[in-house]
Ligand binder design. Sequence first.
Ligand code: DP6
Length: 335
Amino acid sequence: VLASVTCSAPVNIAVIKYWGKRDEKLILPLNSSLSGTLHQDDLKTTTTIVASESFTEDALWLNGKKEDINAVRYQNVLNAIRSRATKLTDKKHFVHIASINNFPTAAGLASSASGYCCLVFTLAQLYGVDGDISAIARMGSGSACRSMFGGFVKWEMGQKEDGSDSVAIQVQPEQHWPEMNIIVLVVNDKKKETSSTDGMQKSAATSVMMKERCAVTVPQRMKDIEEAIKNKDFETFGDITMKDSDDFHEVCATTTPPIYYLNDTSRYIINLINRYNKASGSIKCAYTFDAGPNACVYLPKDNVVEVLSLFLKHFPGQDISTYYRGPKENIAAIE
Ligand code: DP6
């Protein structure tokens, strides 16, 4: 064995959604997006990579199952890292990669984000790659670039054709708003019917809402939510978060043929939260849904007990999982 590294990377939950690409190969988005990174110990991917002169090929296992390392996204990140390597350059070798998630894969819980982020980060440690590596993670899965940092992170869409300015930037570190928590309501952990990759391609091609969303709505929301995060203004943060989630699912519904990621339970949660906020006279918690039926609920710590008891009352006896984000380093090199 020449070298061995283990790292883990957390999931991120977008509040301004990335949906649509302007370049499918480099994974360049049609709009900027913004997310919160979860606590390292809650929802994460852990990856070990071993480099050896005795391996006869590169190989990758995801949750114990061998994957096709020749898949284009794996090859793109491997080649990008190796072209910038400062270590292991003088030895002919291959790598074996083993990656595990501590949560259900492909459940709309952004496992590809922590997965590709972790893969690229671990490879970068192994090969001694410095500088921005979020653009490499982006080539694995767009949303993965945002998991490179903790706290609140934006992915600037960028303008350049080579994608060099389409990178993740930390908007606020994890220490800035430690009172912010996230509850994940696992409505369904089965694999989704339409992958994000397919869904966004179809929406970009057919939804009449896309143009306005990318040109007007998202640029304004990016500015407003960054300001709200800076001021720890939950009222504005929650309002924008829910609007962007609603709009994203409306974009999906206006795609031909329509894509529906939410189910009856998701819609029940949306109504429940809207009624609860209205009755409270202020926004106490904010839902957001990715390409699946599971709800991610952002809320200040002070409201957690009340909101959890609301969910328990409405889903009695059901196993509703909860995860909280805390102020902690997001990526760790374990060895
Ligand atoms: C709805 O990053 O999974 O979660 O770039 O094709 O791999 P690819 O797509 P992916 O899309 C995530 C879409 C989303 C919104 C978001 O996370 O911003």
